[in-house]
Design a protein around this ligand. Structure first.
Ligand code: FAD
Length: 466
């Protein structure tokens, strides 16, 4: 079967690789940019890694680990040296509560020790867990469920920066079944009597025997390159700098139009995997499956920027096990999170510098879009100094701003049903041998995106056999 994969992010590469495992397939991956990886962008600075997008993937989701094994690079996987995050509240840095099940406490003792929120909020959250307060069974809003169970103060001060922060969104705009399906049970059932150490930790602490996150010595781009190379070794063709402008059903297959160097080229295929953000997939589907395109257009994205700052003479005195700081909404900062790269990945920084990645932008907060790079660096540099308690004489060394426009899909309540409706519309339009992949489908992390690509590839082969 000949398949065109549209998009060379990790989802599209996962699809191309999966398809390439079957030697009877002919695979062509088309990427509009002059590089592969999409939201995975590793640069180097004096030979040291500089991640502009994703900097590590969760080991718990099997797709990243499985691919690394298949590619023979799992023995190179690295883990962050620091894993304990802090929460900022009103000028003070507090330890992240421990014993969280995906950001939610299930042990009533935990909120009592969470001093980043006030006493009333702590007592309310603890009582909610003890009483086994149920959320509204009809809602798919994680925020509403948490608010009912843990109270508003704890939900906004702790759960929101942890879970809402994953997609630079809000816990209130998050679907439980996508963002935290495993929470449905502990949240809606009366808890068993807790014991110390129950629950999965979401504070990133690596005092557990196995690390939570993984990367590679060459940064995450190494995963991108290794996947692309294996797909090519297996016979796939990868075309870069070529934007797919239309897909047209032709007989039992497809005619794919793409623009390269100012010219339109055509390629015939038996199947197409659309591995682009949903708004690009919507553009391509609009002429042939209007209903699907309309529904895909309902998916909203947040825009973020990652400001990488190398700070000299910073007088940094936080423990080197601290991996970063989360800043809840309402603290008066543009900054949403600070990742301490020099503690997490010491080899990325010179010994005399503090290397941080400052995140700005959330769903509904677009202030950073109106600020140019140099002003943004000054602004977040000052904010970081204030949050981390650095001395005034701290000097800015190397800086780089990575802008990610419409980058992180928001999984709003009933997102799963929306995706099911999109797939139904595609089928109702009579379109065959076309599948969707990408981070907007079922989770925005690298492993979920990768898994969506491999699944889309498996599905298209299955459909072709029928
Ligand atoms: C700042 C940031 C930090 C992140 N940090 C982490 C992290 O630490 N860990 C983690 O697990 N995840 C993280 N993520 C999420 C993760 O990186 C992404 O969700 C994932 O990489 C998306 O992969 P994708 O292939 O679905 O989409 P993309 O990476 O967006 O790839 C889609 C590709 O399709 C191409 N394309 C679009 N339209 C066309 C067309 N018409 N023709 C041809 N090509 C087209 C695009 O150019 C792009 O390369 C982060 C994301 C961001 C933005």
């Amino acid at each position: 079967m000949k398949v065109v994969v549209v998009g060379g992010g990790i989802a599209g590469l996962g699809a191309a690789y999966e398809l390439s495992l079957n030697p009877t397939n002919e695979v062509v991956l088309i990427e509009s940019e002059g590089r592969l990886g999409g939201k995975i962008l590793t640069e180097t600075r004096d030979g040291k890694i500089l991640e502009g997008g994703a900097d590590a993937f969760l080991r718990r989701n099997p797709h990243g680990m499985k691919l690394a094994q298949e590619l023979g690079i799992s023995d190179q996987l690295t883990a962050p040296s620091a894993g304990s995050a802090l929460l900022y509240s009103n000028g003070v840095l507090h330890p992240m509560p421990r014993e969280l099940a995906m950001g939610i406490p299930t042990n009533p003792r935990v909120p009592l020790h969470t001093h980043s929120v006030g006493l009333g909020s702590r007592l309310r959250a603890s009582a909610g867990i003890l009483l086994g307060l149920k959320g509204d069974q009809e809602t798919d809003s994680l925020g509403l469920l948490c608010q009912r169970r843990l109270g508003r103060g704890f939900t906004e001060g702790v759960v929101d920066p942890l879970i809402g922060g994953i997609n630079a969104g809000s816990v209130y705009g998050s679907s439980i079944s996508i963002m935290a399906p495993q929470l449905l049970e502990p949240l809606t059932a009366r808890p068993k009597l807790p014991s110390r150490g129950r629950g999965q930790r979401m504070d990133g602490s690596n005092s557990k025997p196995s690390p939570i996150f993984a990367s590679l010595p060459g940064g995450l781009a190494q995963l991108v390159t290794a996947t692309a190379e294996r797909a090519q070794t297996n016979g796939s063709e990868i075309v870069m700098g070529a934007k797919v402008s239309a897909i047209e059903p032709k007989g039992d297959g497809w005619l794919v139009h793409f623009e390269r160097a100012g010219k339109t080229e055509l390629i015939e295929a038996d199947g197409v995997v659309l591995a682009t953000p949903s708004y690009h997939a919507a553009d391509l589907l609009r002429p042939i499956a209007k209903g699907a395109a309309l529904k895909l257009s309902q998916i909203r994205y947040s825009s973020v920027a990652i400001c990488s700052l190398a700070l000299k003479d910073a007088d940094y005195h936080l423990d080197h096990k601290i991996s970063g700081v989360l800043i809840p909404k309402g603290q008066g900062f543009l900054t949403t999170a600070i990742s301490i790269s020099s503690s997490k990945w010491p080899s990325w920084a010179s010994p005399d510098e503090l290397l941080i990645r400052v995140s700005v932008g959330r769903f509904g907060d677009y202030r950073h879009l109106g600020i140019d790079d140099s002003d943004l660096v000054d602004l977040v540099g000052n904010e970081a100094s204030s949050i981390l308690g650095l001395k005034d004489s701290t000097e800015l060394g190397h800086t780089k701003v990575f802008r990610w426009h419409n980058a992180l899909a928001q999984f709003r309540p009933h997102h799963k049903e929306l995706i099911e409706a999109v797939l139904l519309e595609i089928s109702n339009a009579g379109l065959q041998n076309i599948t969707l992949a990408g981070s907007y489908l079922s989770g925005s992390g690298v492993p979920s995106s990768l898994g969506s690509g491999r699944k889309a590839a498996a599905e298209i082969q299955l459909a072709n056999k029928k």
